[in-house]
Design a protein around this ligand. Structure first.
Ligand code: SF4
Ligand code: SF4
Length: 133
Protein backbone atom coordinates (compact mmCIF):
# COMPACT_ATOMS: atom_id res chain seq x y z
CA UNK A 1 0.00 0.00 0.00
CA UNK A 2 0.99 3.62 -0.41
CA UNK A 3 0.76 5.75 2.72
CA UNK A 4 0.43 9.47 2.11
CA UNK A 5 1.46 11.48 5.15
CA UNK A 6 0.20 14.99 5.91
CA UNK A 7 2.98 17.40 6.86
CA UNK A 8 2.11 17.22 10.57
CA UNK A 9 2.61 13.42 10.62
CA UNK A 10 6.07 13.33 9.03
CA UNK A 11 7.84 13.96 12.34
CA UNK A 12 6.09 11.06 14.09
CA UNK A 13 7.66 7.57 14.33
CA UNK A 14 4.73 6.01 12.46
CA UNK A 15 6.44 2.84 11.18
CA UNK A 16 8.09 2.29 14.56
CA UNK A 17 4.69 2.52 16.24
CA UNK A 18 3.16 0.09 13.75
CA UNK A 19 5.79 -2.52 14.56
CA UNK A 20 6.00 -1.92 18.31
CA UNK A 21 2.34 -1.25 19.18
CA UNK A 22 0.53 -3.39 16.61
CA UNK A 23 3.01 -6.24 16.07
CA UNK A 24 2.93 -6.02 12.27
CA UNK A 25 5.86 -6.49 9.92
CA UNK A 26 6.69 -3.55 7.67
CA UNK A 27 8.73 -3.82 4.50
CA UNK A 28 9.52 -0.37 3.11
CA UNK A 29 9.85 -0.56 -0.69
CA UNK A 30 10.14 3.14 -1.42
CA UNK A 31 10.11 6.31 0.63
CA UNK A 32 9.66 9.96 -0.16
CA UNK A 33 9.25 11.61 3.21
CA UNK A 34 10.73 14.97 4.17
CA UNK A 35 10.40 16.35 7.68
CA UNK A 36 7.63 18.94 7.85
CA UNK A 37 6.30 18.23 4.35
CA UNK A 38 3.75 15.82 2.89
CA UNK A 39 5.34 12.47 2.06
CA UNK A 40 4.71 9.00 0.63
CA UNK A 41 5.77 5.53 1.71
CA UNK A 42 5.35 2.39 -0.38
CA UNK A 43 5.17 -0.51 2.09
CA UNK A 44 4.18 -4.14 2.48
CA UNK A 45 2.46 -4.85 5.79
CA UNK A 46 1.90 -8.35 7.17
CA UNK A 47 0.77 -9.86 10.45
CA UNK A 48 -2.31 -11.26 12.15
CA UNK A 49 -5.48 -9.93 10.52
CA UNK A 50 -6.72 -8.28 13.72
CA UNK A 51 -3.36 -6.55 14.23
CA UNK A 52 -3.26 -5.31 10.64
CA UNK A 53 -6.81 -3.96 10.96
CA UNK A 54 -5.91 -2.13 14.17
CA UNK A 55 -2.80 -0.75 12.50
CA UNK A 56 -4.92 0.59 9.64
CA UNK A 57 -7.27 2.28 12.11
CA UNK A 58 -4.22 3.84 13.79
CA UNK A 59 -2.98 5.17 10.42
CA UNK A 60 -6.38 6.65 9.64
CA UNK A 61 -6.46 8.30 13.08
CA UNK A 62 -3.27 10.11 12.05
CA UNK A 63 -4.96 11.36 8.84
CA UNK A 64 -2.66 9.16 6.77
CA UNK A 65 -4.21 8.26 3.43
CA UNK A 66 -3.99 4.54 2.59
CA UNK A 67 -4.01 3.49 -1.06
CA UNK A 68 -3.99 -0.25 -1.75
CA UNK A 69 -1.43 -1.24 -4.36
CA UNK A 70 -1.60 -4.12 -6.78
CA UNK A 71 1.68 -5.81 -7.68
CA UNK A 72 1.85 -7.08 -11.23
CA UNK A 73 4.59 -8.49 -13.41
CA UNK A 74 5.56 -6.79 -16.65
CA UNK A 75 6.95 -9.13 -19.31
CA UNK A 76 8.94 -8.04 -22.38
CA UNK A 77 7.60 -10.96 -24.36
CA UNK A 78 9.01 -10.01 -27.77
CA UNK A 79 12.61 -10.57 -26.57
CA UNK A 80 11.98 -14.04 -25.11
CA UNK A 81 14.24 -16.86 -26.38
CA UNK A 82 11.96 -19.56 -24.87
CA UNK A 83 14.67 -21.13 -22.73
CA UNK A 84 12.09 -22.21 -20.13
CA UNK A 85 14.02 -21.06 -17.05
CA UNK A 86 11.14 -18.92 -15.80
CA UNK A 87 8.53 -21.64 -16.36
CA UNK A 88 10.50 -24.03 -14.16
CA UNK A 89 10.13 -21.72 -11.12
CA UNK A 90 6.58 -20.50 -11.72
CA UNK A 91 4.49 -22.70 -9.44
CA UNK A 92 1.20 -20.89 -10.16
CA UNK A 93 1.21 -22.00 -13.79
CA UNK A 94 1.28 -18.46 -15.17
CA UNK A 95 4.41 -19.33 -17.17
CA UNK A 96 4.32 -22.62 -19.05
CA UNK A 97 6.13 -24.09 -22.00
CA UNK A 98 3.78 -25.16 -24.78
CA UNK A 99 4.75 -28.79 -25.46
CA UNK A 100 3.80 -28.53 -29.14
CA UNK A 101 5.50 -25.26 -30.08
CA UNK A 102 8.12 -25.34 -27.26
CA UNK A 103 7.40 -21.68 -26.74
CA UNK A 104 6.68 -19.90 -23.48
CA UNK A 105 3.06 -19.06 -22.75
CA UNK A 106 2.33 -16.33 -20.20
CA UNK A 107 -1.13 -16.24 -18.60
CA UNK A 108 -1.20 -13.02 -16.49
CA UNK A 109 -4.50 -13.99 -14.78
CA UNK A 110 -2.68 -16.86 -13.02
CA UNK A 111 0.24 -14.71 -11.82
CA UNK A 112 0.48 -14.20 -8.06
CA UNK A 113 3.42 -11.77 -8.33
CA UNK A 114 5.77 -14.02 -6.35
CA UNK A 115 8.69 -12.48 -8.30
CA UNK A 116 10.55 -15.77 -8.81
CA UNK A 117 10.68 -15.30 -12.59
CA UNK A 118 12.47 -11.96 -12.19
CA UNK A 119 15.56 -13.73 -10.86
CA UNK A 120 15.18 -16.76 -13.10
CA UNK A 121 15.21 -15.05 -16.51
CA UNK A 122 18.77 -14.72 -17.87
CA UNK A 123 17.64 -11.85 -20.11
CA UNK A 124 15.87 -9.99 -17.28
CA UNK A 125 12.62 -9.77 -19.20
CA UNK A 126 10.39 -9.48 -16.12
CA UNK A 127 9.93 -6.50 -13.85
CA UNK A 128 7.68 -5.66 -10.96
CA UNK A 129 5.02 -3.02 -11.44
CA UNK A 130 3.10 -1.29 -8.64
CA UNK A 131 -0.28 0.16 -9.46
CA UNK A 132 -2.54 2.01 -7.04
CA UNK A 133 -5.98 0.42 -6.81
S1 SF4 B 1 5.70 -13.56 -10.60
FE1 SF4 B 1 5.61 -15.71 -9.89
S2 SF4 B 1 3.56 -16.38 -10.46
FE2 SF4 B 1 3.96 -14.51 -11.66
S3 SF4 B 1 4.80 -15.22 -13.59
FE3 SF4 B 1 6.56 -14.81 -12.24
S4 SF4 B 1 7.01 -16.80 -11.26
FE4 SF4 B 1 4.96 -16.95 -12.14
S1 SF4 C 1 13.54 -17.20 -18.70
FE1 SF4 C 1 13.33 -15.33 -19.94
S2 SF4 C 1 14.12 -15.87 -21.97
FE2 SF4 C 1 13.75 -17.79 -20.83
S3 SF4 C 1 11.64 -18.41 -21.41
FE3 SF4 C 1 11.48 -17.20 -19.55
S4 SF4 C 1 11.12 -15.10 -20.29
FE4 SF4 C 1 11.90 -16.26 -22.01
Amino acid sequence: MVLTFPAEATNEPITYNLIKEYDVMINILNADVTHGREGNLLIEMSGKEANVNEALVYLESKQIQISPVVKTILFSESQCIHCGACASVCFSGALEMDPASRELVFTPEKCIACELCIKACPLQLFELNFGVN
